[in-house]
Each structure stands twice: as structure tokens, then as C-alpha cells.
Design a protein around this ligand. Structure first.
Ligand code: MG
Length: 268
């Protein structure tokens, strides 16, 4: 009886060991698949001749450089339309949230182009597939406008049948959770750096996208995020030693003003 029991225990133990090994192997395989680092051009690739941040040229240049993705920033105008710009003001000082679309889109960027509508930007981006467009929804002045921005961006992406070519990022948790609700299949990452990977998972985010100083101060968050199945993006990484740090620490995406440098480093 004792002998039979011992054999049974040993078999159970062997099964457990086997399962643990299989899980470990599966884990490391999926981790490997997840861990190729991809280059995201921050506001497009604009540090080159004729380009400017968030211009259509910067989008095209990101594609020509071979980036995996190109990031852009989106605001809602006074009359409720969508434009691509980083700052809350245009270069000539118009406050986008308080100015109508027609006027905002006549404002010039540094390269002489005008502020693009999101519609024009998506139309141009669609032709550059499979490059991913990383859509940052800027925090608006009221919760109502945040909700309107999220709804209008998701609707436009859907109308253009580009759901598989975009990912969303936001500093505002209100905007982020609204995106998760409106587009449950979409990739949505949080930018603000003040939530743990477990908190983001709980809220329904698919990834984190944190400032490099935040991730350097909390390097365990990269592995924690991966174990939870979250992606890790990091911004805005421009120096060789910082780029190398996040390649070595297996960030999934690096958002950079130096995509050509990063792409060269990734070839090695
Ligand atoms: Mg941005």
C-alpha cells in the first residue's frame, strides 16, 4: 500500500514538474515572440530636410525610413472637428479648442505645410500600410470634450476601415478608458506613468507607454507588464545609451525623434 502511494505521489510530482517545464517553455517562447523591439517615429520623422512635426511629410518620411509605426497627436477644434497637432496652440498662436476647423487648418507648420486634418492624415497613412499609426488623443479642456474626441476618432477610424492599422495612446485615464469601451478590440496604452502594470491590466489597457525616466526608475514594470500580456512602449528615447537600454530591456516599442539611428541599432 505504501509502495503504491509512493509511486502515485512520484507520478503526480512528475506531472507537476512536466507541466511547470512546459509552462516555462511556453512563457519564454511567447516572451521571445513579444520581444523584438519596434521603432515608432515620434510625431513622424521630422528631423530631416523639408519635414516638420506631425506633418504629412513626417508621416511619409517615417514610412520611407522603415519605421514600424508613426505617432501623431489629435485635438478637437471649437466646431468639433479633428486635427493633427502637438501643442494646444498652432504655431501662429491659435488655441485649437477655441478656434474653428477652417481657420486651424489654414495655420502653417514649420515646413510650410498647413495643420493637417485627421481625415487627411488617416487617408495618407492608409496608403502606407502596414505601418501602424499610433494615435495620441490629447487631453481636452473638459470631460465632455474628452468623450467627444474619443468617440469621433474611433468613428473615423472605423469609417475608414483602419481598425487594424491603428493603436491608441492617451495621458488621460478618462480618454483611455473611453477608448477601451468604444473599441474593445483595439490596442490602447496609457501614457501618464502613474499606474502599475497590474492596475492598467485591471482597467482593460493592452499596454503601457511611459516616459523613459519612469521606466528607468521602475525597471521591473517591463517584465511585470509582459507577464500580464501588456505591451511596453517608451518615450521619447533619443540618446544611444538610452535606446540601447530599452533594446536590452526588451521594450516592445521605442518612440523616438531619432528613428533612423534606432533602426540602425536594431539591425545589429
Ligand atoms: Mg504625442
Amino acid at each position: 500500500m505504501i509502495v503504491i502511494k509512493t509511486i502515485k505521489n512520484m507520478t503526480t510530482m512528475k506531472t507537476k514538474l512536466f507541466m511547470a517545464a512546459a509552462l516555462l517553455l511556453a512563457g519564454s517562447q511567447s516572451a521571445c515572440a513579444q520581444h523584438a523591439t519596434h521603432a515608432v517615429a515620434h510625431r513622424g520623422y521630422w528631423k530631416c530636410e523639408g519635414s516638420a512635426e506631425n506633418s504629412l511629410t513626417a508621416l511619409q518620411k517615417a514610412y520611407e525610413a522603415g519605421c514600424w509605426g508613426s505617432e501623431l497627436d489629435i485635438w478637437l477644434t471649437a466646431d468639433g472637428r479633428l486635427v493633427v497637432n502637438h501643442d494646444p496652440h498652432t504655431l501662429d498662436g491659435l488655441e485649437i479648442e477655441k478656434t474653428d476647423f477652417d481657420k486651424v487648418t489654414r495655420s502653417k507648420l514649420k515646413n510650410g505645410e498647413t495643420v493637417p486634418s485627421l481625415e487627411a492624415y488617416l487617408d495618407a497613412g492608409k496608403k502606407l500600410a502596414p505601418m501602424i499609426l499610433v494615435l495620441e488623443l490629447k487631453t481636452q479642456s473638459t470631460p465632455e470634450r474628452n468623450a467627444e474626441l474619443a468617440r469621433k476618432v474611433v468613428d473615423m477610424v472605423k469609417a475608414k476601415d483602419m481598425e487594424a492599422q491603428v493603436e491608441y495612446i492617451a495621458f488621460s485615464n478618462q480618454v483611455g478608458t473611453e477608448l477601451i469601451r468604444l473599441a474593445p478590440e483595439a490596442q490602447v496604452a496609457y501614457l501618464n506613468g502613474d499606474k502599475t502594470p497590474a492596475e492598467l491590466k485591471e482597467l482593460g489597457y493592452t499596454g503601457l507607454d511611459y516616459a523613459y525616466k519612469v521606466l528607468k526608475a521602475n525597471p521591473q514594470w517591463i517584465d511585470e507588464a509582459h507577464l500580464l500580456g501588456l505591451t511596453v512602449n517608451v518615450w521619447t528615447v533619443n540618446k544611444v545609451e538610452d535606446l540601447q537600454y530599452f533594446i536590452d530591456h526588451k521594450a516592445d516599442y521605442i518612440t523616438t525623434n531619432e528613428p533612423v539611428l534606432l533602426l540602425e541599432m536594431l539591425k545589429k
